[in-house]
Design a protein around this ligand. Structure first.
Ligand code: B12
Ligand code: SF4
Length: 525
Protein backbone atom coordinates (compact mmCIF):
# COMPACT_ATOMS: atom_id res chain seq x y z
CA UNK A 1 0.00 0.00 0.00
CA UNK A 2 1.13 3.59 -0.56
CA UNK A 3 1.05 5.37 2.80
CA UNK A 4 1.31 9.13 2.99
CA UNK A 5 2.28 10.78 6.27
CA UNK A 6 1.69 14.45 6.97
CA UNK A 7 3.70 15.98 9.83
CA UNK A 8 2.65 19.51 10.78
CA UNK A 9 5.86 20.68 12.45
CA UNK A 10 4.82 24.32 12.18
CA UNK A 11 6.10 27.20 14.31
CA UNK A 12 8.63 24.91 15.96
CA UNK A 13 12.16 23.68 15.41
CA UNK A 14 12.32 21.35 12.40
CA UNK A 15 13.12 17.88 13.62
CA UNK A 16 12.86 14.19 12.97
CA UNK A 17 9.58 12.77 14.18
CA UNK A 18 10.80 9.57 15.81
CA UNK A 19 7.34 8.03 15.92
CA UNK A 20 6.93 8.42 12.16
CA UNK A 21 10.47 7.18 11.47
CA UNK A 22 9.60 4.01 13.35
CA UNK A 23 6.14 3.56 11.82
CA UNK A 24 7.54 4.05 8.35
CA UNK A 25 10.32 1.53 9.10
CA UNK A 26 7.71 -1.04 10.14
CA UNK A 27 5.65 -0.41 6.99
CA UNK A 28 8.63 -0.56 4.64
CA UNK A 29 9.87 -3.79 6.24
CA UNK A 30 6.45 -5.27 5.35
CA UNK A 31 6.77 -4.13 1.73
CA UNK A 32 4.70 -0.95 1.78
CA UNK A 33 5.69 2.35 0.22
CA UNK A 34 5.77 5.52 2.33
CA UNK A 35 6.14 9.25 1.77
CA UNK A 36 6.10 12.28 4.05
CA UNK A 37 4.85 15.82 3.68
CA UNK A 38 6.94 17.54 6.35
CA UNK A 39 5.41 20.95 6.96
CA UNK A 40 7.89 23.32 8.59
CA UNK A 41 8.55 26.91 7.66
CA UNK A 42 12.30 26.48 8.37
CA UNK A 43 12.55 23.74 5.76
CA UNK A 44 10.20 24.92 3.04
CA UNK A 45 7.43 27.49 2.70
CA UNK A 46 4.30 26.19 4.40
CA UNK A 47 2.21 24.80 1.52
CA UNK A 48 -1.32 25.99 0.83
CA UNK A 49 -4.21 23.52 0.93
CA UNK A 50 -4.17 23.52 -2.85
CA UNK A 51 -0.47 22.62 -2.97
CA UNK A 52 -0.93 19.86 -0.41
CA UNK A 53 -3.83 18.40 -2.39
CA UNK A 54 -1.69 18.43 -5.54
CA UNK A 55 1.07 16.53 -3.74
CA UNK A 56 -1.43 14.02 -2.38
CA UNK A 57 -2.88 13.47 -5.85
CA UNK A 58 0.55 12.90 -7.30
CA UNK A 59 1.44 10.21 -4.72
CA UNK A 60 -2.04 8.69 -4.90
CA UNK A 61 -1.97 7.12 -1.41
CA UNK A 62 -4.16 4.30 -0.13
CA UNK A 63 -4.22 6.03 3.26
CA UNK A 64 -3.13 9.31 4.87
CA UNK A 65 -1.70 9.44 8.40
CA UNK A 66 -1.21 12.66 10.36
CA UNK A 67 1.13 12.89 13.36
CA UNK A 68 0.19 15.75 15.67
CA UNK A 69 1.00 17.47 18.89
CA UNK A 70 -1.68 19.65 20.49
CA UNK A 71 -0.41 22.88 19.05
CA UNK A 72 -0.96 21.78 15.46
CA UNK A 73 -4.28 20.02 15.80
CA UNK A 74 -6.43 22.84 14.40
CA UNK A 75 -4.22 23.29 11.34
CA UNK A 76 -4.37 19.53 10.73
CA UNK A 77 -8.18 19.47 10.87
CA UNK A 78 -8.40 22.19 8.23
CA UNK A 79 -6.00 20.36 5.90
CA UNK A 80 -7.83 17.11 6.41
CA UNK A 81 -11.19 18.70 5.52
CA UNK A 82 -9.73 20.19 2.35
CA UNK A 83 -8.29 16.84 1.29
CA UNK A 84 -11.56 15.09 2.13
CA UNK A 85 -13.42 17.47 -0.15
CA UNK A 86 -11.01 16.79 -3.01
CA UNK A 87 -10.52 13.06 -2.40
CA UNK A 88 -13.40 11.74 -0.29
CA UNK A 89 -12.45 8.07 -0.65
CA UNK A 90 -8.95 8.19 0.83
CA UNK A 91 -9.06 7.06 4.49
CA UNK A 92 -7.56 9.62 6.83
CA UNK A 93 -6.04 8.64 10.16
CA UNK A 94 -4.63 10.79 12.94
CA UNK A 95 -2.21 9.85 15.73
CA UNK A 96 0.47 11.37 17.94
CA UNK A 97 0.64 12.80 21.44
CA UNK A 98 -2.49 14.93 21.15
CA UNK A 99 -4.64 11.92 20.24
CA UNK A 100 -3.25 9.89 23.13
CA UNK A 101 -4.02 12.72 25.52
CA UNK A 102 -7.57 13.53 24.41
CA UNK A 103 -8.66 10.62 22.19
CA UNK A 104 -12.38 11.02 22.72
CA UNK A 105 -12.31 14.73 21.99
CA UNK A 106 -10.50 14.10 18.69
CA UNK A 107 -12.80 11.21 17.77
CA UNK A 108 -15.89 13.28 18.57
CA UNK A 109 -14.69 16.05 16.27
CA UNK A 110 -15.42 13.58 13.49
CA UNK A 111 -12.79 14.90 11.08
CA UNK A 112 -10.73 11.70 10.76
CA UNK A 113 -11.81 8.16 9.94
CA UNK A 114 -9.64 6.63 12.65
CA UNK A 115 -7.89 8.03 15.69
CA UNK A 116 -4.71 6.20 16.81
CA UNK A 117 -4.07 6.05 20.55
CA UNK A 118 -0.77 5.18 22.24
CA UNK A 119 2.20 3.65 20.43
CA UNK A 120 0.89 2.65 17.02
CA UNK A 121 4.04 1.27 15.33
CA UNK A 122 2.44 -2.11 14.61
CA UNK A 123 -1.20 -1.11 14.99
CA UNK A 124 -1.01 1.34 12.08
CA UNK A 125 0.55 -1.27 9.79
CA UNK A 126 -2.25 -3.62 10.83
CA UNK A 127 -4.87 -1.00 9.96
CA UNK A 128 -3.28 -0.32 6.55
CA UNK A 129 -3.22 -4.01 5.73
CA UNK A 130 -6.81 -4.60 6.86
CA UNK A 131 -7.95 -1.71 4.69
CA UNK A 132 -5.92 -2.94 1.73
CA UNK A 133 -6.73 -6.66 1.85
CA UNK A 134 -10.02 -6.75 3.71
CA UNK A 135 -8.69 -9.80 5.59
CA UNK A 136 -10.08 -8.50 8.89
CA UNK A 137 -12.48 -5.73 9.80
CA UNK A 138 -10.45 -2.49 9.99
CA UNK A 139 -12.91 -1.25 12.57
CA UNK A 140 -11.62 -3.74 15.12
CA UNK A 141 -7.94 -2.82 14.75
CA UNK A 142 -6.30 -2.41 18.17
CA UNK A 143 -5.38 1.11 19.33
CA UNK A 144 -7.97 2.85 17.13
CA UNK A 145 -11.15 4.77 17.88
CA UNK A 146 -13.77 6.00 15.45
CA UNK A 147 -17.35 7.22 15.30
CA UNK A 148 -19.80 4.40 14.64
CA UNK A 149 -22.89 4.70 12.39
CA UNK A 150 -24.90 6.17 15.29
CA UNK A 151 -22.23 8.77 15.95
CA UNK A 152 -21.01 7.09 19.16
CA UNK A 153 -17.33 6.69 19.96
CA UNK A 154 -16.21 3.11 19.33
CA UNK A 155 -12.93 2.11 20.91
CA UNK A 156 -10.73 -0.94 20.52
CA UNK A 157 -8.31 -2.49 23.01
CA UNK A 158 -4.70 -1.47 22.90
CA UNK A 159 -1.74 -3.63 21.88
CA UNK A 160 0.84 -3.94 24.69
CA UNK A 161 3.85 -1.60 24.59
CA UNK A 162 5.98 -2.74 21.66
CA UNK A 163 9.34 -4.37 22.38
CA UNK A 164 11.83 -1.91 20.90
CA UNK A 165 14.47 -4.40 19.82
CA UNK A 166 11.87 -6.38 17.87
CA UNK A 167 11.36 -3.43 15.58
CA UNK A 168 12.95 -3.09 12.15
CA UNK A 169 15.35 -0.17 11.57
CA UNK A 170 13.89 3.32 11.70
CA UNK A 171 13.29 4.92 8.33
CA UNK A 172 15.27 8.15 8.51
CA UNK A 173 15.00 8.45 4.73
CA UNK A 174 11.37 9.48 5.22
CA UNK A 175 12.83 12.88 6.12
CA UNK A 176 15.07 15.25 4.22
CA UNK A 177 17.80 14.66 6.77
CA UNK A 178 20.36 16.66 4.84
CA UNK A 179 18.16 19.74 5.04
CA UNK A 180 17.23 19.15 8.68
CA UNK A 181 20.87 18.72 9.66
CA UNK A 182 21.75 21.87 7.72
CA UNK A 183 19.24 23.87 9.74
CA UNK A 184 20.61 22.41 12.96
CA UNK A 185 24.30 22.86 12.17
CA UNK A 186 24.85 19.12 12.12
CA UNK A 187 23.01 18.17 15.30
CA UNK A 188 21.39 14.76 14.97
CA UNK A 189 18.44 13.89 17.24
CA UNK A 190 18.37 10.25 18.34
CA UNK A 191 16.02 8.38 20.64
CA UNK A 192 17.52 5.50 22.63
CA UNK A 193 14.49 4.68 24.74
CA UNK A 194 10.81 5.27 25.34
CA UNK A 195 9.08 6.18 28.53
CA UNK A 196 9.63 7.93 31.81
CA UNK A 197 8.40 6.70 35.20
CA UNK A 198 7.81 10.16 36.67
CA UNK A 199 4.40 11.79 36.88
CA UNK A 200 4.99 15.48 36.32
CA UNK A 201 1.63 17.17 35.91
CA UNK A 202 2.54 19.19 32.82
CA UNK A 203 3.78 16.20 30.83
CA UNK A 204 2.02 13.44 28.97
CA UNK A 205 3.97 10.52 30.44
CA UNK A 206 1.73 9.91 33.43
CA UNK A 207 -1.36 9.77 31.22
CA UNK A 208 0.09 7.29 28.76
CA UNK A 209 1.06 4.95 31.60
CA UNK A 210 -2.43 5.20 33.13
CA UNK A 211 -3.94 4.47 29.72
CA UNK A 212 -1.87 1.31 29.23
CA UNK A 213 -2.61 0.17 32.80
CA UNK A 214 -6.33 0.59 32.15
CA UNK A 215 -6.62 -0.47 28.53
CA UNK A 216 -3.30 -1.84 27.26
CA UNK A 217 -2.85 -4.82 29.56
CA UNK A 218 0.21 -3.28 31.27
CA UNK A 219 0.72 -4.75 34.75
CA UNK A 220 2.92 -2.02 36.12
CA UNK A 221 4.33 1.33 35.12
CA UNK A 222 7.85 -0.09 34.75
CA UNK A 223 6.84 -1.77 31.47
CA UNK A 224 6.73 1.67 29.90
CA UNK A 225 10.45 2.34 30.20
CA UNK A 226 12.28 0.51 27.42
CA UNK A 227 15.73 0.96 25.86
CA UNK A 228 16.98 -0.01 22.44
CA UNK A 229 20.14 -2.07 22.82
CA UNK A 230 23.29 0.06 22.91
CA UNK A 231 24.68 -1.83 19.90
CA UNK A 232 21.61 -0.96 17.83
CA UNK A 233 21.92 2.73 18.71
CA UNK A 234 25.63 2.81 17.89
CA UNK A 235 24.98 1.12 14.55
CA UNK A 236 22.23 3.65 13.82
CA UNK A 237 24.51 6.61 14.54
CA UNK A 238 27.41 5.07 12.59
CA UNK A 239 25.18 4.51 9.58
CA UNK A 240 23.81 8.07 9.68
CA UNK A 241 27.24 9.60 10.18
CA UNK A 242 28.55 7.67 7.17
CA UNK A 243 25.64 8.69 4.96
CA UNK A 244 25.45 12.27 6.26
CA UNK A 245 28.95 13.57 6.99
CA UNK A 246 27.43 16.86 8.22
CA UNK A 247 26.53 15.09 11.49
CA UNK A 248 28.81 16.56 14.16
CA UNK A 249 26.90 16.21 17.44
CA UNK A 250 24.34 13.73 18.70
CA UNK A 251 21.49 14.97 20.83
CA UNK A 252 19.72 12.21 22.71
CA UNK A 253 16.10 13.33 22.75
CA UNK A 254 15.06 10.76 25.34
CA UNK A 255 12.89 12.07 28.12
CA UNK A 256 15.32 10.67 30.60
CA UNK A 257 18.67 9.35 29.51
CA UNK A 258 20.07 8.90 32.96
CA UNK A 259 17.48 7.00 34.98
CA UNK A 260 19.28 3.67 34.96
CA UNK A 261 22.84 3.92 36.31
CA UNK A 262 23.83 0.54 34.88
CA UNK A 263 22.64 1.62 31.43
CA UNK A 264 24.52 4.93 31.64
CA UNK A 265 27.76 3.09 32.41
CA UNK A 266 27.22 0.48 29.72
CA UNK A 267 26.31 3.12 27.16
CA UNK A 268 29.25 5.37 28.05
CA UNK A 269 31.80 2.56 27.85
CA UNK A 270 30.52 1.28 24.51
CA UNK A 271 30.11 4.77 23.02
CA UNK A 272 33.71 5.59 23.88
CA UNK A 273 34.96 2.28 22.50
CA UNK A 274 32.94 2.75 19.29
CA UNK A 275 35.26 5.58 18.23
CA UNK A 276 32.31 7.47 16.80
CA UNK A 277 34.06 10.53 18.10
CA UNK A 278 30.93 12.68 18.18
CA UNK A 279 30.18 14.90 21.17
CA UNK A 280 26.75 14.27 22.61
CA UNK A 281 24.01 15.88 24.70
CA UNK A 282 21.63 14.20 27.16
CA UNK A 283 18.55 14.98 29.25
CA UNK A 284 19.01 14.12 32.91
CA UNK A 285 16.70 14.22 35.91
CA UNK A 286 17.80 16.34 38.85
CA UNK A 287 16.73 13.58 41.26
CA UNK A 288 19.05 10.98 39.81
CA UNK A 289 22.22 12.60 38.58
CA UNK A 290 25.45 12.54 40.48
CA UNK A 291 29.23 12.60 40.02
CA UNK A 292 29.39 8.91 39.22
CA UNK A 293 27.11 9.36 36.19
CA UNK A 294 28.58 12.70 35.23
CA UNK A 295 32.12 11.29 35.19
CA UNK A 296 31.09 8.35 33.05
CA UNK A 297 29.24 10.50 30.51
CA UNK A 298 31.96 13.16 30.32
CA UNK A 299 34.57 10.49 29.69
CA UNK A 300 32.49 9.18 26.77
CA UNK A 301 32.15 12.62 25.13
CA UNK A 302 29.05 14.18 26.68
CA UNK A 303 29.38 17.96 26.51
CA UNK A 304 25.98 19.23 27.61
CA UNK A 305 23.54 17.98 30.25
CA UNK A 306 20.00 19.34 30.20
CA UNK A 307 17.65 19.23 33.18
CA UNK A 308 14.07 20.14 33.95
CA UNK A 309 14.34 22.41 36.96
CA UNK A 310 10.98 24.11 36.43
CA UNK A 311 10.42 25.77 39.82
CA UNK A 312 12.58 26.81 42.74
CA UNK A 313 9.67 26.57 45.14
CA UNK A 314 9.42 23.32 47.06
CA UNK A 315 5.66 23.81 47.48
CA UNK A 316 5.04 24.38 43.79
CA UNK A 317 7.20 21.42 42.84
CA UNK A 318 5.36 19.12 45.23
CA UNK A 319 1.78 20.37 45.05
CA UNK A 320 1.49 21.66 41.52
CA UNK A 321 4.09 19.81 39.46
CA UNK A 322 4.34 16.56 41.42
CA UNK A 323 8.12 16.75 41.21
CA UNK A 324 9.44 15.63 44.57
CA UNK A 325 13.07 16.67 44.26
CA UNK A 326 14.51 18.51 47.26
CA UNK A 327 16.70 21.57 46.66
CA UNK A 328 19.92 19.81 47.63
CA UNK A 329 19.48 17.27 44.82
CA UNK A 330 19.01 20.03 42.26
CA UNK A 331 22.23 21.62 43.44
CA UNK A 332 24.03 18.26 43.51
CA UNK A 333 22.94 17.39 39.96
CA UNK A 334 24.16 20.67 38.48
CA UNK A 335 27.40 20.64 40.47
CA UNK A 336 28.15 17.11 39.28
CA UNK A 337 28.09 18.13 35.62
CA UNK A 338 30.10 21.30 36.34
CA UNK A 339 32.75 19.27 38.11
CA UNK A 340 33.41 17.41 34.87
CA UNK A 341 33.39 20.60 32.84
CA UNK A 342 30.13 19.89 31.05
CA UNK A 343 27.85 22.73 30.03
CA UNK A 344 24.49 22.66 31.82
CA UNK A 345 21.14 23.79 30.55
CA UNK A 346 17.91 23.95 32.54
CA UNK A 347 14.26 24.42 31.68
CA UNK A 348 12.28 26.81 33.84
CA UNK A 349 8.54 27.44 33.98
CA UNK A 350 6.91 30.59 35.25
CA UNK A 351 3.22 31.37 35.70
CA UNK A 352 2.36 28.02 37.28
CA UNK A 353 -1.11 27.51 38.75
CA UNK A 354 -1.37 29.06 42.26
CA UNK A 355 2.25 30.26 42.09
CA UNK A 356 2.80 33.42 44.16
CA UNK A 357 5.22 36.22 43.53
CA UNK A 358 7.43 34.98 46.39
CA UNK A 359 7.53 31.56 44.79
CA UNK A 360 8.59 33.08 41.49
CA UNK A 361 11.45 34.70 43.37
CA UNK A 362 12.43 31.30 44.74
CA UNK A 363 12.87 30.11 41.15
CA UNK A 364 15.00 33.13 40.35
CA UNK A 365 17.10 32.54 43.46
CA UNK A 366 17.75 28.88 42.74
CA UNK A 367 19.07 29.83 39.29
CA UNK A 368 21.32 32.45 40.84
CA UNK A 369 22.61 29.86 43.29
CA UNK A 370 23.33 26.92 40.99
CA UNK A 371 24.65 29.10 38.15
CA UNK A 372 23.90 26.76 35.27
CA UNK A 373 25.45 27.34 31.86
CA UNK A 374 22.12 28.50 30.52
CA UNK A 375 18.42 28.42 31.26
CA UNK A 376 15.42 28.58 28.98
CA UNK A 377 12.14 29.71 30.41
CA UNK A 378 8.59 29.22 29.26
CA UNK A 379 5.21 30.29 30.56
CA UNK A 380 3.21 27.32 31.86
CA UNK A 381 0.71 25.99 29.33
CA UNK A 382 -1.88 23.40 30.46
CA UNK A 383 -1.84 20.79 27.70
CA UNK A 384 -5.28 19.20 27.35
CA UNK A 385 -5.42 15.80 28.99
CA UNK A 386 -2.64 16.44 31.51
CA UNK A 387 -3.06 16.61 35.29
CA UNK A 388 -1.80 20.20 34.98
CA UNK A 389 -4.81 20.99 32.83
CA UNK A 390 -7.17 19.39 35.33
CA UNK A 391 -5.57 21.20 38.30
CA UNK A 392 -5.90 24.52 36.49
CA UNK A 393 -9.45 23.80 35.35
CA UNK A 394 -10.66 22.70 38.79
CA UNK A 395 -9.42 25.94 40.26
CA UNK A 396 -11.16 27.90 37.51
CA UNK A 397 -7.83 29.31 36.39
CA UNK A 398 -7.98 28.78 32.63
CA UNK A 399 -8.90 31.62 30.33
CA UNK A 400 -10.10 29.46 27.43
CA UNK A 401 -10.23 32.28 24.87
CA UNK A 402 -6.66 33.19 25.64
CA UNK A 403 -5.62 29.56 25.60
CA UNK A 404 -6.94 29.14 22.07
CA UNK A 405 -5.23 32.24 20.79
CA UNK A 406 -1.77 31.70 22.31
CA UNK A 407 0.63 30.78 19.53
CA UNK A 408 3.49 29.78 21.83
CA UNK A 409 4.43 29.22 25.46
CA UNK A 410 6.73 32.16 25.88
CA UNK A 411 4.87 35.45 25.58
CA UNK A 412 2.01 35.24 28.03
CA UNK A 413 -0.12 33.08 30.28
CA UNK A 414 -3.55 31.64 29.61
CA UNK A 415 -4.20 31.40 33.35
CA UNK A 416 -6.24 34.04 35.13
CA UNK A 417 -3.84 35.77 37.49
CA UNK A 418 -4.67 39.13 39.03
CA UNK A 419 -3.68 42.12 36.91
CA UNK A 420 -0.54 42.85 38.90
CA UNK A 421 0.78 39.28 38.76
CA UNK A 422 -0.16 39.08 35.10
CA UNK A 423 1.92 42.13 34.27
CA UNK A 424 4.81 40.88 36.39
CA UNK A 425 4.73 37.59 34.48
CA UNK A 426 4.81 39.40 31.16
CA UNK A 427 7.82 41.35 32.32
CA UNK A 428 9.57 38.26 33.65
CA UNK A 429 8.93 36.43 30.38
CA UNK A 430 11.24 39.00 28.74
CA UNK A 431 13.83 39.70 31.42
CA UNK A 432 13.92 36.65 33.65
CA UNK A 433 17.70 36.55 33.33
CA UNK A 434 18.05 40.13 34.62
CA UNK A 435 16.34 39.03 37.82
CA UNK A 436 18.71 36.06 38.08
CA UNK A 437 21.76 38.31 37.57
CA UNK A 438 20.41 40.65 40.23
CA UNK A 439 20.28 37.81 42.78
CA UNK A 440 23.85 36.61 42.26
CA UNK A 441 26.93 37.73 44.16
CA UNK A 442 28.54 38.84 40.89
CA UNK A 443 29.95 42.28 40.26
CA UNK A 444 27.19 42.80 37.71
CA UNK A 445 24.36 42.23 40.24
CA UNK A 446 23.83 45.91 41.25
CA UNK A 447 23.50 46.96 37.60
CA UNK A 448 20.79 44.37 37.02
CA UNK A 449 19.11 45.17 40.35
CA UNK A 450 18.68 48.71 39.15
CA UNK A 451 17.24 47.53 35.84
CA UNK A 452 14.78 45.22 37.61
CA UNK A 453 13.64 48.02 39.91
CA UNK A 454 13.02 50.19 36.87
CA UNK A 455 11.05 47.44 35.13
CA UNK A 456 8.96 46.72 38.23
CA UNK A 457 7.70 50.26 38.59
CA UNK A 458 6.58 50.46 34.95
CA UNK A 459 2.89 50.64 34.11
CA UNK A 460 1.59 48.30 31.40
CA UNK A 461 1.74 51.14 28.93
CA UNK A 462 5.36 51.99 29.69
CA UNK A 463 6.33 48.34 29.68
CA UNK A 464 4.72 47.77 26.29
CA UNK A 465 6.99 50.44 24.84
CA UNK A 466 10.07 49.38 26.79
CA UNK A 467 9.87 45.68 25.98
CA UNK A 468 10.61 46.37 22.31
CA UNK A 469 13.99 47.71 23.35
CA UNK A 470 14.88 44.96 25.81
CA UNK A 471 16.90 42.87 23.38
CA UNK A 472 19.08 45.79 22.34
CA UNK A 473 19.55 47.08 25.90
CA UNK A 474 20.49 43.58 26.97
CA UNK A 475 22.96 43.12 24.15
CA UNK A 476 24.65 46.50 24.64
CA UNK A 477 25.03 45.93 28.35
CA UNK A 478 26.31 42.40 27.81
CA UNK A 479 28.98 43.57 25.36
CA UNK A 480 30.09 46.22 27.84
CA UNK A 481 30.35 43.67 30.63
CA UNK A 482 32.11 41.14 28.40
CA UNK A 483 34.71 43.76 27.52
CA UNK A 484 35.36 44.23 31.24
CA UNK A 485 35.28 40.48 31.87
CA UNK A 486 32.35 40.78 34.28
CA UNK A 487 30.23 37.64 34.72
CA UNK A 488 26.52 37.77 33.82
CA UNK A 489 23.75 36.05 31.86
CA UNK A 490 22.53 37.62 28.64
CA UNK A 491 19.86 36.84 26.07
CA UNK A 492 21.31 34.66 23.36
CA UNK A 493 19.78 32.70 20.53
CA UNK A 494 16.13 33.23 21.49
CA UNK A 495 14.37 35.83 23.58
CA UNK A 496 13.81 33.26 26.33
CA UNK A 497 17.29 31.98 26.99
CA UNK A 498 19.87 33.34 29.40
CA UNK A 499 23.42 32.24 28.61
CA UNK A 500 26.38 32.50 31.00
CA UNK A 501 29.10 34.90 29.85
CA UNK A 502 31.78 32.22 30.26
CA UNK A 503 30.11 30.26 27.47
CA UNK A 504 29.87 33.35 25.28
CA UNK A 505 33.60 33.97 25.70
CA UNK A 506 34.50 30.35 25.06
CA UNK A 507 32.27 30.21 22.04
CA UNK A 508 33.79 33.35 20.54
CA UNK A 509 37.34 32.15 21.16
CA UNK A 510 36.61 28.84 19.51
CA UNK A 511 34.84 30.45 16.59
CA UNK A 512 37.88 32.68 16.09
CA UNK A 513 40.03 29.56 15.92
CA UNK A 514 37.57 28.14 13.41
CA UNK A 515 37.62 24.72 15.07
CA UNK A 516 34.15 25.14 16.50
CA UNK A 517 30.88 24.38 14.80
CA UNK A 518 28.16 26.31 16.55
CA UNK A 519 25.47 23.87 17.57
CA UNK A 520 21.84 24.65 16.84
CA UNK A 521 20.08 25.96 19.87
CA UNK A 522 23.48 26.85 21.25
CA UNK A 523 24.34 29.52 18.74
CA UNK A 524 24.66 33.00 20.02
CA UNK A 525 22.42 35.07 17.79
C1 B12 B 1 11.83 14.40 20.69
C2 B12 B 1 10.77 15.41 21.02
C3 B12 B 1 10.72 16.54 20.25
C4 B12 B 1 11.61 16.73 19.04
C5 B12 B 1 11.06 15.94 17.86
C6 B12 B 1 9.56 16.04 17.75
C7 B12 B 1 8.90 14.81 17.19
N1 B12 B 1 7.77 15.02 16.63
O1 B12 B 1 9.41 13.72 17.26
C8 B12 B 1 11.55 18.27 18.81
C9 B12 B 1 12.77 18.90 19.47
C10 B12 B 1 11.49 18.76 17.36
C11 B12 B 1 10.30 18.61 19.62
C12 B12 B 1 9.65 19.80 19.46
C13 B12 B 1 8.52 20.12 20.16
N2 B12 B 1 7.98 19.43 21.19
CO1 B12 B 1 8.54 17.72 21.74
N3 B12 B 1 8.97 16.07 22.43
C14 B12 B 1 9.86 15.20 22.08
C15 B12 B 1 9.79 14.00 23.02
C16 B12 B 1 10.85 14.16 24.11
C17 B12 B 1 9.94 12.63 22.36
C18 B12 B 1 8.98 12.40 21.17
C19 B12 B 1 9.13 11.01 20.69
O2 B12 B 1 9.89 10.77 19.80
N4 B12 B 1 8.47 10.05 21.32
C20 B12 B 1 8.59 8.65 21.00
C21 B12 B 1 7.73 8.31 19.78
C22 B12 B 1 7.88 6.87 19.41
O3 B12 B 1 6.42 8.57 20.18
P1 B12 B 1 5.43 9.54 19.36
O4 B12 B 1 6.17 10.52 18.59
O5 B12 B 1 4.40 9.98 20.28
O6 B12 B 1 4.78 8.52 18.29
C23 B12 B 1 3.98 7.40 18.65
C24 B12 B 1 2.50 7.72 18.89
O7 B12 B 1 2.23 9.05 19.22
C25 B12 B 1 1.80 7.28 17.64
N5 B12 B 1 1.76 8.18 16.50
C26 B12 B 1 2.52 9.25 16.21
N6 B12 B 1 2.20 9.75 15.01
C27 B12 B 1 1.21 9.00 14.49
C28 B12 B 1 0.52 9.07 13.29
C29 B12 B 1 -0.48 8.13 13.03
C30 B12 B 1 -1.19 8.19 11.75
C31 B12 B 1 -0.80 7.13 14.00
C32 B12 B 1 -1.86 6.17 13.73
C33 B12 B 1 -0.11 7.07 15.21
C34 B12 B 1 0.90 7.98 15.45
O8 B12 B 1 2.58 6.15 17.27
C35 B12 B 1 3.95 6.53 17.40
C36 B12 B 1 4.85 5.34 17.46
O9 B12 B 1 4.67 4.60 18.63
C37 B12 B 1 8.34 14.15 23.58
C38 B12 B 1 8.08 13.45 24.86
C39 B12 B 1 7.76 12.00 24.55
N7 B12 B 1 8.21 11.15 25.38
O10 B12 B 1 7.12 11.65 23.56
C40 B12 B 1 8.15 15.65 23.56
C41 B12 B 1 6.76 16.18 23.33
C42 B12 B 1 6.10 15.35 22.27
N8 B12 B 1 7.02 17.52 22.82
C43 B12 B 1 6.18 18.41 23.23
C44 B12 B 1 6.20 19.77 22.82
C45 B12 B 1 5.27 20.71 23.55
C46 B12 B 1 7.05 20.20 21.81
C47 B12 B 1 7.10 21.61 21.21
C48 B12 B 1 5.77 22.28 21.01
C49 B12 B 1 8.06 22.42 22.06
C50 B12 B 1 8.24 23.84 21.56
N9 B12 B 1 7.63 24.73 22.29
O11 B12 B 1 8.89 24.08 20.61
C51 B12 B 1 7.76 21.33 19.84
C52 B12 B 1 6.69 20.99 18.77
C53 B12 B 1 7.22 20.17 17.61
C54 B12 B 1 6.26 20.07 16.48
N10 B12 B 1 5.25 19.27 16.49
O12 B12 B 1 6.38 20.78 15.55
C55 B12 B 1 5.14 17.82 24.15
C56 B12 B 1 3.81 17.68 23.39
C57 B12 B 1 2.63 18.02 24.26
C58 B12 B 1 1.38 18.06 23.44
N11 B12 B 1 0.31 17.63 24.05
O13 B12 B 1 1.37 18.47 22.31
C59 B12 B 1 5.81 16.44 24.55
C60 B12 B 1 4.82 15.31 24.78
C61 B12 B 1 6.57 16.67 25.85
C62 B12 B 1 5.67 17.11 26.99
N12 B12 B 1 5.76 18.33 27.38
O14 B12 B 1 4.87 16.40 27.51
N13 B12 B 1 9.93 17.61 20.47
S1 SF4 C 1 10.62 13.77 34.27
FE1 SF4 C 1 10.37 14.87 32.31
S2 SF4 C 1 9.69 13.33 30.86
FE2 SF4 C 1 9.42 12.45 32.90
S3 SF4 C 1 7.30 12.87 33.45
FE3 SF4 C 1 8.54 14.56 34.23
S4 SF4 C 1 8.55 16.10 32.60
FE4 SF4 C 1 7.83 14.18 31.71
Amino acid sequence: MRVLFIYPNIDCPAGINHGLAMMSGVLKAAGHETKLIHVNEGLWDVPSHHEIIEEVREFDPGIIGYSVMSQQYDWTCEVSKAIRKAMPDVPQVIGGVHCTMVPDEVTRDGVFDYVGVGECDFAFKELCERLETGRDDPKTTPNFRYLDAEGNIAKNDMMPFPDLDEMPPKDYDLFDLKRILGGKNGWLGILTSRGCPYKCTYCFNKEIVDLYLEEGGAKNAKEYLRHYSVERILDEIRDLKTRFPAVNTVIFDDDLFTLDRKYVHEFSEKYKASELDLPFVVNAHVSVFDEDMAGSLAEAGCTIVKYGLESGSDRVRKEVLWRFTPDFKIERALAAAHKFDMHTSTFIMIGLPTETREELYETIKVCARVQMGRFRWAVFFPFPGTAGFRISEEKGLIDHDRMGSLGNYFDGSCLKFDAEQDLFLEKLSRVFHWYVNAETDWESAPIYRELCEKVETMSREDWTKYKREVKQIDRDLSEELLAKDITHYSLRYTHVMGVHSDFVKKDRAQQANKDWVVPAGYTLD
